[in-house]
Design a protein. Sequence first.
Length: 559
Amino acid sequence: MVQPTGISKSLTGISGFDDLTLGGLPTGRPTLVCGSAGCGKTLFATTFLIHGARDFDEPGVFVTFEERPVDIAANVASLGFDVERLVAEDKLSFEHIEIDPTELAEIGDYDLEGLFLRLELAIDSIGAKRVVLDTIESLFSAFSNPAILRAEIRRLFDWLKDKGMTTVITAERGDGTLTRQGLEEYVSDCVILLDHRVDSQISTRRMRIVKYRGTAHGTNEYPFLIDEDGFSVLPVSSLGLNHQVFEEHIASGVPDLDAMLSSGGFHRGSSILVSGVAGSGKSSLAASFVGASAARGERAIYFSFEESQEQTVRNMRSIGIDLAPLLESKLVRHVAARPTFYSLEMHLAVMVREIQRFDPRLVVLDPISAFMESGDRLEVQSMLLRMVDFLKSRGVTAIFTHLMHSQDGNVATDAGLSSLMDAWILMLNREVNGEFNRELYLLKARGMSHSNQVREFVMSGEGIQLLPPYLGENGALTGSARRSEEARTRRTEAERLGEIERLRTQIETRRRKAHAQIEALTAELEADEAELRSVLGREAAYQRQADTDRAEMETSRRA
């Protein structure tokens, strides 16, 4: 929390409000909380008083002019506030001052001395530091003299300030003014306006700090919640572009998709838009991110605006993603709500509160297009922009699914969020030869190179696969056309390989035949050579015998 500067402030203990006011309400000064019936004035005042007594060691006095103390204690008991224990410990005191206009008459000088005496006694009895007056109209309901009313209201505020009481005074909204008397807002040091409005049958509670003397404060309207956790304010509209940037990459749960990225995954803290027509697999892909997050031991929260938790678990089980054990182990939280159940601001407030409680590392909003019926385009874009900034400020990876009603070439989103996203995955259904096939395009991935090829998106009991592109004569083929072309290619390849094998066999046969012929010719040649050698041998023997005979004849003649 930002430390307060300037005037002293007292923490209220109301979630978000102390951050918004940089420290709480002005210490020792009166604060006016005004609004119409049912907007939460009494609950705001009660929460401020009880937190002071319980958490900040500042006892308090609650002066009620309408509800009985026992009713107030019962109202806040459901929020976990043990009022009776605080009263028993002298940390809290209730004063019920019942004023019946029929029993009063405005005669002469009228003042609040009786109230001051009772209030001072209650303050001194427990050493109170905080006071609540609920509501101030009841105190002056019997009197119509405006001069007396103004004087006494101013005197009451001055008396509380002189006593050093940090005071919350509730008041009903007037006609054209913040209060019925039209003076309280001028003499109060801090004025908080609570509003409970209904638009298109959807209610929204909002808060605005109208005035806060001596300090800076937020001036926008902020949504606030009243539920089982009490009064909480979520100043998400004050977020800006101050988020942390991560170099780490995380897996999507679909290895084929990660392989399309040069880094092998998406940057942590990225905002990823998954848009596509109905049935293209957006929710299944988002669930894969959730499963991968749980596999890393990181928490993930899944906001569904169309399906219940049981339906989501059943559907994802058909593609090999079992969310049931992840939900039981508290690694995954599933929050389902109809888009029309809350206003846009209330949806934002609820989601922010759930994220702050669960502290996930990955968040899925499925689908954001469901909000288009809850407000106009600019309001939806503003709400989602604040959600993007909020998640980035916490380093949370966000998956936003968006339903497209057409795929005629216009891939812009109705909410105009594509330019705000770090990555954009487009999923389409293509009709070819009488069947629909799913296709995935990775249109954008900031900070990393990525594949620009279309991938066939296939879901089965083993999970999600992205088949590599198959380019036929007429472009990329999917489904039966792809399988038919692959079969035709296999047949052609088989025929080509068969022809090659036939030629190889023919050549081998001719080679063996040639070898046989060569061997036969060689054998004939060797036989001829043997015969020649035999003839030559006989000739040599003949010559030797002739030489011998000639020598013998010559010898006989000489004898």
